[in-house]
Design a protein around this ligand. Structure first.
Ligand code: ATP
Ligand code: MG
Length: 293
């Protein structure tokens, strides 16, 4: 029996948190909508999708990108928002200006809150996933709607036009991205090598800034090639927590716990960059694997 409150019709309305991913399909299942839906499910959230592009992809690389018409993205968003409802949204691959604009239009039309914008620009293997014109629309039109934007270092460089070579640069980039209009930013440090505070090995540092607080999340750097989809997974986990009504900083904290464990337990699938482990991530993030049956 679903937990819920009675509606006027006497039916019982479920109170399952609902999250929508607007992103590309990764045929290999480690990134894009496939991993987003896995993360949502394992964190106890009902996942829905609006596919923006179909990629032919595996752990070795991206072999084809087929963008859908913007109208198809609009139809998918309309379908889920007008019937099922959406508590949080995550955006991923939006390759062309029309794709970014349709998302801006729908987010505005339906006043969708809890918007996590992962400004996906380059795949792990180096394939460019977005054109220059779409980058500008993303920065100028989508970013100001974001509850939080989650660039990696190369993406933060593109958004700010500055070179990022160390933690001070990351802090400065975070300030600049909030100045562009985003409510908050998490500059991800997976691409930066930072010596561990203990002097032994290296750490990763992600920097969160919301215009008031600057919070740095550091963790051990794992020496694994299985990091396909780390960014997608982290932003999906943050969106899942926001869908549950968590405060932004709590959602980011849980997202960080999720991704650290998912990378630590990463899966050696395929011959290239294998995926992270969503089960390890969800367990560490405190998901009790809630069953809605
Ligand atoms: N080798 C690693 N060890 C530990 N944490 C990592 C490692 N690589 C990435 N992370 C963490 O994973 C998250 C994603 O960061 P990253 O910079 O890899 O994003 P991304 O480049 O957008 O990923 P993707 O290529 O999957 O889109 C961050 O929280 C980062 O700190
Ligand atoms: Mg990324």
């Amino acid at each position: 029996m679903l937990r819920g409150r009675a509606t006027q019709e006497g039916a019982r309305k479920p109170v399952i948190p609902r999250a929508l991913t607007i992103a590309g399909s990764d045929s290999g299942g480690g990134a894009g909508i496939q991993i987003d839906l896995k993360v949502f499910t394992l964190l106890g959230v009902w996942g829905m999708s609006a596919v923006t592009a179909i990629t032919a992809q595996n752990t070795l690389g991206v072999f084809g990108i087929h963008n859908l018409p913007a109208s198809a993205i609009a139809e998918q968003i309309d379908a889920v928002v007008t019937d099922i409802g959406v508590d949080a949204v995550k955006t991923g691959m939006l390759s062309i200006p029309e794709h970014v604009r349709v998302v801006v239009r729908k987010v505005t039309e339906y006043r969708l809150g809890n918007l996590v914008v992962d400004p996906v620009m380059v795949a792990k293997g180096g394939a460019r996933l977005i054109g220059d014109d779409a980058r500008a629309v993303l920065r100028d039109e989508l970013l100001p709607l974001a509850t939080v934007v989650t660039p990696n270092i190369p993406e933060a460089e593109v958004l700010t036009g500055m070179r990022i070579a160390g933690l001070d640069d990351m802090r400065e980039a975070a300030r600049k991205i909030v100045a562009l209009g985003a409510h908050a930013v998490l500059v991800k440090g997976g691409h930066m090598v930072v010596p561990a505070a203990s002097g032994d090995g290296e750490q990763v540092v992600d920097i969160f800034y919301d215009g008031h607080e600057c919070i740095e999340f550091s963790g051990p750097k794992f020496y694994t090639k299985n990091t396909h989809g780390t960014g997608c997974s982290l932003s999906a986990a943050i969106a899942a927590e926001l869908a549950k009504g968590r405060a932004l900083l709590d959602a980011v904290r849980t997202g960080r716990k999720y991704i650290e464990a998912a990378i630590a337990g990463s899966l050696s699938l395929g011959g290239g960059h294998g995926p992270t482990n969503p089960w390890s991530g969800a367990r560490e993030a405190g998901s009790r694997g809630r069953c809605w049956a």
